[in-house]
Ligand binder design. Structure first.
Ligand code: CP
Length: 303
C-alpha cells in the first residue's frame, strides 16, 4: 500500500508485519548505535495543522533513526495564516522534492483528501475525531509486548469516545487482532453508531474495570466540543475518573494505558498514571519503533 490513512485499510497480516518489523527496530533502538541507513534517500515532511508533542517528535525521531531527511511544518507559524490552502501548502512542500507527508489535521478525512489530490505518500498522524492509526498500532503493540498476544484479551476504552480518533483506530485494530473491546463513558460521550462496530458498551466504570484485562483511559477532548457536554469535568471525574482506591478494589491486576496528553486528576490520578500497572511511557517508547516500521514498509523496504 502507498499510504497509511487509517486502520480500516489494514488487515491482520499487515498489522502483524508492522509488529514484526517494529520488533526488529525496537532491538535496534536498544543498541548503542540507534541509527540505520534504510531511508537514506527518502525525504519526509511532518505537516502539523494541530498541536502535538508525542506524535510529531516520535515521527521525527523515527525518521532520523532511519536516516531519512526530515522537515517540520507547523501551521501556526506558516503562510496558512495568509490564506494558503492545504493543497497549495503541500504541493509547495512537494516541489522541494519531498517523498512522504506525515499529516495531522483537525478535519476528519484530511489525509484521505490529500492522498487523492497530491502526488506523494501520505501518513495520517491524526485527522480530527476520525483515525490515529499509528497510535492504535503502538497501543496494540504495547499490549502484545506485555501479554505476548492481543487475541482473546479484553480491552476497555474509557472516556470521551465521541471525540476520539484514538478510540476508533483502537477499536478497529484490536478487533482485527482478535481482542474483545468495550467502550465505557457517559451516554453523551458515546457515539450512536458504536453498536455497529461490534463493541460492548458499559456506562458503569467499576463494571468495565472488573471485565477488562486492559483499561485505556482517554482524555476529555474539550477542544472538539462546541457545546457544553454533560457531565462537567468535575462530575466526569467523580463518575469516571480512575484512582488508586478503585484500582486496588479490583480482584485482579489490570494494565493501565493512556495515549497522552494526560489531564492528571481528571480521567486518571497521578498515583495510577505513575503506578507499576501503568504502561503509559512504554507506549511512548514503542511509538518510535512502530513509526520506524510504518515508514520503512511504506518506503518499499523488505520486511
Ligand atoms: N497521543 C498523541 O497523539 O499525543 P500528541 O497529541 O501529543 O501527539
Amino acid at each position: 500500500t502507498k499510504h497509511l490513512l487509517g486502520i480500516k485499510d489494514l488487515n491482520e497480516r499487515d498489522i502483524q508485519l508492522i509488529f514484526e518489523t517494529a520488533d526488529t527496530f525496537k532491538d535496534v533502538l536498544n543498541r548503542p548505535i540507534k541509527k540505520v541507513p534504510s531511508l537514506r534517500d527518502v525525504t519526509i515532511a511532518n505537516v502539523f495543522f494541530e498541536n502535538s508533542t508525542r506524535t510529531r517528535l516520535s515521527f521525527e525521531l523515527a525518521q532520523k533513526r532511519l536516516s531519512a531527511d526530515t522537515i517540520n511544518f507547523a501551521a501556526s507559524s506558516s503562510s496558512v495564516s495568509k490564506g494558503e490552502t492545504l493543497i497549495d501548502t503541500v504541493n509547495n512542500i512537494l516541489a522541494m522534492k519531498v517523498d512522504m507527508i506525515v499529516i495531522r489535521h483537525p478535519y476528519p478525512g484530511a489525509g484521505i483528501f490529500l492522498s487523492r489530490k497530491v502526488n506523494a505518500q501520505i501518513v495520517n498522524a491524526g485527522d480530527g475525531a476520525h483515525e490515529h492509526p499509528t497510535q492504535a498500532l503502538l497501543d496494540a503493540f504495547s499490549i502484545r509486548e506485555k501479554y505476548g498476544d492481543v487475541a482473546g484479551k479484553k480491552i476497555a476504552i474509557i472516556g470521551d469516545i465521541l471525540h476520539s480518533r484514538v478510540a476508533l483506530s483502537n477499536i478497529l485494530c484490536l478487533q482485527k487482532l482478535g481482542a474483545e473491546v468495550m467502550v465505557c463513558g457517559p451516554t453523551t460521550l458515546i457515539p450512536k453508531y458504536i453498536g455497529s462496530l461490534g463493541v460492548k458498551v458499559e456506562f458503569d466504570l467499576l463494571k468495565a474495570l472488573n471485565w477488562c484485562d486492559v483499561a485505556n483511559m482517554l482524555r476529555i477532548q474539550l477542544e472538539r466540543q462546541d457545546i457544553k457536554y454533560f457531565p462537567s469535568l468535575r462530575e466526569y471525574t467523580m463518575m469516571y475518573g480512575l484512582n488508586k482506591q478503585i484500582l486496588d478494589s479490583l480482584d485482579k491486576e489490570i494494565l493501565i494505558m493512556h495515549p497522552g496528553p494526560i489531564n492528571r486528576g481528571v480521567e486518571i490520578t497521578s498515583d495510577v498514571a505513575d503506578s507499576k500497572q501503568s504502561i503509559i511511557l512504554d507506549q511512548v517508547e514503542n511509538g518510535v519503533a512502530i513509526r520506524m516500521a510504518v515508514l520503512y514498509l511504506l518506503a518499499g523496504q523488505k520486511p
